[in-house]
Design a binder for this molecule. Structure first.
Ligand code: TGC
Ligand code: FAD
Length: 427
């Protein structure tokens, strides 16, 4: 379905544009006014990369940015402190097209391209990595496997509800004893007529505590890995919440426990098996993170640059001191290099030519520059940098998770090493 959506900008002007599918969040000048403080984020575009974007890309990016300013910035610090995912944001995430941006309209998705997907992830993670996590998992780790490996019945049953936010999913690959090496998983299922009997446990699962469905990876009796759609309410399936995180606190993380869960065979994803199936989903999620982490870096740089102009010591703005300028100049350089990398990766992905190793390199690079920029930005703010008056410390703590999940920093380096030498250093 194609329809027209009128976007009203923060300065009160409006625009009429055409988008596919459900669309967009409409706001007025009030979008800029925070409940407690103003979100003055402006974006970072040192190399005029906007010139490479289409008008549709810019509208999608700007709509996501306006939504984050209006709905996320005013509440995120409190959600972080309470260690709660702000579930009331789910409908808004669906409305800005953050759930399965590239899923075709016939399955309820917005049918956007990969650069649009990247831009939405960038804006969400500019708000908070936990928010981007929820959208990444829903899009790339739940909708993607159903779309790419599912039957037509499975696609029609689940994808429209996942796109609209009526249903939330999670992805169970990691186990207590198998993180970087998921191929050694022990979760398993046995044949039982029209059903299979699933046993095992998954750990560190984003969205698990409230997800309606879980895409679970487990071995059959021959030891072959398959994806199963496990629904909340199936007897023997529980999702205990994990507590005590100092990182990604605005995202709910849990376990998935399966004790003789009877799963209908109709819930097995029929069109791909083996470790390559979950790893194929990770390619899509890692691509989104490669854009997302740049969003977090941009927010830290933006806050530090503004602070450096306003804060005075020794009678002048601290931004006038060479030491602080070195930090800021290096930050904008690294952000620009990373932006160029993910933009090119997006073009390759649109053409179906991006390799897993290229995606690994971009995920690793974006997270590395983001975490370094968060640390450097924090120093520019001095003592204020450790408070929740600014987003920097929260981003810094979040990025420790982003450095680890979806393949650790080390694993992505080894993927590049394997790709360029032909020698695996994993085992
Ligand atoms: P290996 O022998 O290399 O490969 C097994 C099969 O998989 C194929 N393959 C891929 N296929 C698609 N995409 C990729 N990226 C692929 N990488 C490998 C490969 O061709 C092979 O296929 P076949 O047909 O020959 O069987 O596997 P390995 O056991 O040596 O492991 C390789 C390694 C270490 C790179 C891989 O297992 C890995 O990536 N480990 C990291 C685990 C990881 O990333 N876990 C993430 C869990 S999900 C998560 O963190 C979500 S966080 C979400 C959020 O909140 O945002
Ligand atoms: P390990 O694999 O035990 O690694 C420990 C250390 O050893 C790391 O430094 C690692 O780089 C290093 N190491 C491991 N193997 C090698 C090697 N061959 N060579 C050199 N060094 C090596 N998983 C899901 O399935 N779904 C989710 O939704 C999900 N969400 C998550 C959310 C959060 C907040 C976190 C923190 C994790 C999440 N994960 C999820 C799990 C995540 O993918 C794993 O934590 C990650 O893959 C690493 O596994 P591990 O923690 O067991 O570390």
């Amino acid at each position: 379905m194609i329809h027209k959506a009128s976007l009203i900008y923060v300065d009160g002007s409006s625009d009429l544009n055409i988008f596919g599918g459900r669309f967009f969040y409409l706001r007025t000048v009030n979008a800029m006014i925070m409940a407690n403080k103003e979100d003055r984020f402006q974006g970072v575009d040192y190399y005029s990369l906007d010139d490479l974007l289409t008008e549709e890309h810019k509208l999608i990016r700007d709509a996501a940015r306006a939504w984050v300013k209006k709905e996320v910035s005013p509440i995120i610090e409190e959600a972080y402190e309470k260690a709660e995912f702000p579930r009331h944001l789910i409908q808004g995430l669906a409305d800005i097209g953050a759930f399965g941006p590239y899923i075709p309209e016939q399955y309820g998705g917005p049918g956007l391209d990969q650069i649009s997907y990247g831009l939405i992830m960038q804006e969400l993670e500019r708000g908070d990595s936990g928010l981007r996590s929820t959208a990444s998992v829903q899009s790339s780790l739940v909708m993607y496997p159903i779309y790419a490996y599912g039957s037509e019945e499975q696609k029609m049953k689940y994808l429209p509800k996942l796109a609209s936010g009526e249903m939330i999913g999670c992805f169970g690959l990691t186990e207590p004893d198998h993180g970087s090496n998921p191929g050694a998983m022990v979760s398993n299922f046995k044949d039982d007529g029209d059903h299979v009997i699933l046993n095992g446990a998954k750990m560190w699962i984003s969205n698990a505590p409230f997800a309606d469905i879980a895409i679970v990876w487990a071995k059959n009796e021959e030891g072959r890995i398959h994806g199963l759609i496990v629904e909340r309410g199936m007897a023997g399936f529980t999702t205990p919440t994990m507590h005590g995180k100092w990182s990604l606190r605005a995202s709910d993380t849990g376990e998935l426990v399966f004790q003789d869960v009877r799963v209908p065979k109709a819930n097995i994803l029929p069109n791909k098996s083996g470790l390559g199936a979950p790893l194929g989903c990770l390619d899509s999620a890692r691509y989104g993170i490669s854009w997302g982490a740049i969003g977090a870096a941009m927010d830290c740089y933006d806050a530090a640059l503004r602070y450096s102009k306003e804060r005075k010591q020794f009678g002048r703005p601290i931004g006038g001191f060479q030491l602080q300028q070195k930090k800021l100049a290096e930050m904008v350089t690294e952000i620009t290099k990373a932006q160029l990398m993910v933009h090119r990766l997006g073009q390759l992905k649109n053409e179906g030519r991006a390799t897993s190793a290229q995606i690994s390199m971009a995920k690793r690079n974006s997270v590395e520059i983001a975490i370094h920029i968060a640390r450097e930005s924090r120093t520019i703010l001095g003592g204020m940098g450790i408070t929740n008056e600014y987003p920097i410390m929260r981003h810094m703590m979040n990025l420790e998770s982003v450095l680890t999940y979806e393949g650790t920093h080390d694993i992505h380096l080894l993927i590049t090493g394997l790709d360029i030498t032909g020698e695996s250093a994993f085992k």
